[in-house]
Design a protein around this ligand. Structure first.
Ligand code: DGP
Length: 114
């Protein structure tokens, strides 16, 4: 599998505004933010889509979503509220084939997926 753009960020081959990193997870600002807070929380393991995740990834993906909630607290949006989104494949609007959770907030969000 070729390195995804997010793996290249993990390897510091391309720059990103990194918010958080540990041995399993990295988080950085989205290059095209849709809200005042728009951070991508990404497992370092390059899994293309959530369709490709399996039982052995359960702990890792749980850690990713808990990291999103910790970053929401760090950013001070936890009480006001926020959204965590995973897009999958074409109709889900996925453009980078390395699982990532969008942490979006800092304003009142609408609910239409269009
Ligand atoms: P998705 O459409 O769910 O696959 O989201 C991919 C997101 O990744 C999209 O919101 C834009 C963001 N993105 C794409 N390339 C880069 C990049 O090189 N750096 C950063 N920081 N974000 C990127």
């Amino acid at each position: 599998m070729n390195d995804s753009i997010f793996t290249k960020i993990i390897k510091r081959e391309i720059p990103a505004d990194i918010i958080y990193e540990d041995s399993d997870v990295i988080a950085f600002n989205d290059i095209s933010p849709k809200a005042p807070v728009h951070i991508l929380v990404v497992p370092k393991k390059q899994i293309p889509t959530i369709n490709d995740a399996n039982d052995e990834d359960a702990f890792l993906l749980g850690k990713v979503i808990l990291t999103a909630s910790k970053i929401a607290k760090m950013k001070g949006i936890d009480e006001r509220g926020y959204r965590v989104i995973v897009n999958c494949n074409q109709e889900g609007g996925q453009s980078v084939y390395h699982i990532h959770f969008h942490l979006i907030g800092g304003k009142q969000l609408g609910w239409s997926p269009d």
